[in-house]
Design a protein around this ligand. Structure first.
Ligand code: CIR
Length: 253
């Protein structure tokens, strides 16, 4: 069960955020409304939500998930592979330290973004993406092992982050999309395949028995409900324009 979440309000500068999508610039006012509803959804799932102020110097800073990994035993501040995002780590450090005694930091020059890390119980799958390199993953795995957890790497070549195309919904259920559909690493899971047309909804988030799903993906909602989960739909259009999914907007622990 998760008890807490940390989020950061979007900055007006989000219009200059990194993206590979061709969906146009986000509308800031609408993004703020969607963000407020996202916070409401986290609260409905029983979380205490710490809402950090917007940070204009960092257009992607609302995507807090990438700057830290929160485990039950310790937190690890990352070192993003996107150089324009590296300063986000210092910005979130105090909030992370306010919740954890043990806080580690990934050291330069290695890089890792926590959007590439999927927690499955005590095990952490780490995608080797354009943002996360093998040395960054090794550092992370060493820290996890020192703290009684394990990690393993997943080769990837198409998606932005590991969790862009994968979501663990607990009870062995895993949403899989695109390059992850046929990966042997995930054979042991009950895989729910998300077709490429619905790829954005492969980033859904399990929180205490409820699954947050982005609006507009009815067939994903039906698949998840058929497994017995409650679903809470969240409008995400303005964050999708920046390649940001539901998981990216919060740290949950
Ligand atoms: C970026 O490209 O870094 C942001 N525009 C989106 C980050 C999405 N984060 C995530 O998937 N964990």
């Amino acid at each position: 069960m998760f008890k807490n979440a940390i989020v950061r309000k979007p900055a007006r500068s989000m219009v200059n955020g990194l993206t590979s999508a061709s969906l146009g610039a986000p509308n800031y006012e609408l993004a703020c409304q969607q963000h407020a509803d996202y916070v409401q959804a986290l609260k409905e799932c029983g979380l205490n939500v710490l809402v950090l102020p917007s940070e204009e110097s960092y257009p992607d800073s609302c995507f807090v998930e990438d700057a830290a990994l929160m485990t039950p035993d310790c937190a690890i501040l990352t070192r993003p592979g996107a150089t324009t995002r590296q300063g986000e780590v210092a910005l979130i450090e105090a909030a992370v330290k306010s919740h954890y005694d043990a806080v580690y930091t990934i050291q330069s020059p290695d890089t890792i973004e926590a959007g590439d890390i999927m927690m499955v119980g005590n095990h952490y799958y780490i995608g080797l993406s354009d943002r996360t390199n093998a040395d960054g993953a090794d550092q992370m795995i060493r820290i996890l092992e020192e703290n009684g957890m394990q990690g393993s790497v997943v080769e990837m070549s198409e998606m932005l982050h590991l969790k862009t195309g994968l979501s663990f919904l607990e009870n062995n259920n895993l949403l899989v999309c695109g390059e992850f559909v046929s990966k042997v690493e995930f054979d042991k899971f009950n895989r729910l395949e998300i077709p490429m047309d619905d790829a954005y909804s492969a980033n859904s988030v399990w929180i205490n028995g409820t699954v947050l799903v982005p609006a507009g993906f009815d067939s994903t909602v039906e698949k998840i409900q058929a497994l017995g989960y409650q679903v809470r739909v969240v409008e995400m259009s303005e964050f999708q324009k920046l390649d940001g999914g539901l998981s990216c907007l919060s740290l949950r622990f």
